[in-house]
Design a protein around this ligand. Structure first.
Ligand code: FES
Ligand code: FES
Length: 221
């Protein structure tokens, strides 16, 4: 197989795999909780009321976790969280959405970026309880949506990643930019991505990939 052909096939397979995996991850999130696991000792209860009794009896010194409903990737999901849990931690450990990465944990690297009500937001410094009633989009929601295939394809084509740990944060930031500005200049892309840090140093390739994908996305793929 010619190199060009092989690379085209690899790109298609990569995007398809990401799309299928992301759609499955979103589908697997239960809308309503049917069991309530104590975050302190791991015991499981069939109702929230029983978890509350358990806290009163066995962990009276701790704050009782709360059930909240988050609207994530177009879906309402009931989640049990402790009041101090960040959105990043909740996505990873309660909903198995592992795309928003924990790197610095201090709001300095952009690896945990998600979109909340249209704005790119750092989920490591956002409390989950603050997000009730808001619309959250994660990298899984972007990857599962065919509209964003040109962006994922361009990232694959231009190898805009090495270890890949920071890549979801860049893609989410790029999506937030393109929603507001479908035809960004190179400088505007650099400015939008300025809060995203890549330890592997892939910076120039992000701009190239986004410049290539932008007109395709604007034209409907
Ligand atoms: S992990 Fe959130 S900004 Fe670095
Ligand atoms: S590709 Fe490794 S941190 Fe960015």
């Amino acid at each position: 197989m010619a190199n060009e052909e092989r690379s085209r096939t690899d790109v298609a397979l990569s995007h398809e795999a990401a799309q299928v995996k992301s759609a499955e991850a979103i589908r697997a999130i239960p809308s309503v909780l049917t069991e309530f696991r104590c975050p302190t000792c791991g015991k499981v209860f069939g109702s929230y009321a029983n978890l509350q009794y358990h806290y009163a009896d066995e962990h009276p010194e701790f704050v009782v976790p709360e059930t909240i409903v988050l609207h994530i990737n177009g879906k309402d999901c009931e989640v049990l969280v402790e009041p101090h849990w960040t959105l990043q931690r909740t996505l990873q450990f309660r909903l198995d959405l592992t795309g928003a990465k924990h790197m610095c944990g201090k709001g300095a690297c952009g690896s945990c970026t998600v979109i909340i009500d249209g704005r790119a937001v750092l989920s490591c410094i956002t409390l989950a309880v603050e997000c009730v009633g808001k619309s959250i989009t994660t990298i899984e929601g972007i990857a599962a949506n065919p509209k964003w295939k040109p962006l994922v394809d361009a990232y694959c084509k231009w190898d805009a990643m090495q270890c890949g740990y920071c890549t979801p944060g860049f893609l989410v930031t790029a999506k937030a930019l393109l929603d507001k500005n479908p035809d960004p200049s190179e400088d505007e892309i650099r400015e939008a991505l300025s809060g995203n840090i890549c330890i592997c140093g892939t910076y120039p390739r992000h701009t190239t990939a986004i410049l290539e994908a932008a007109p395709q996305i604007a034209a409907g793929g």
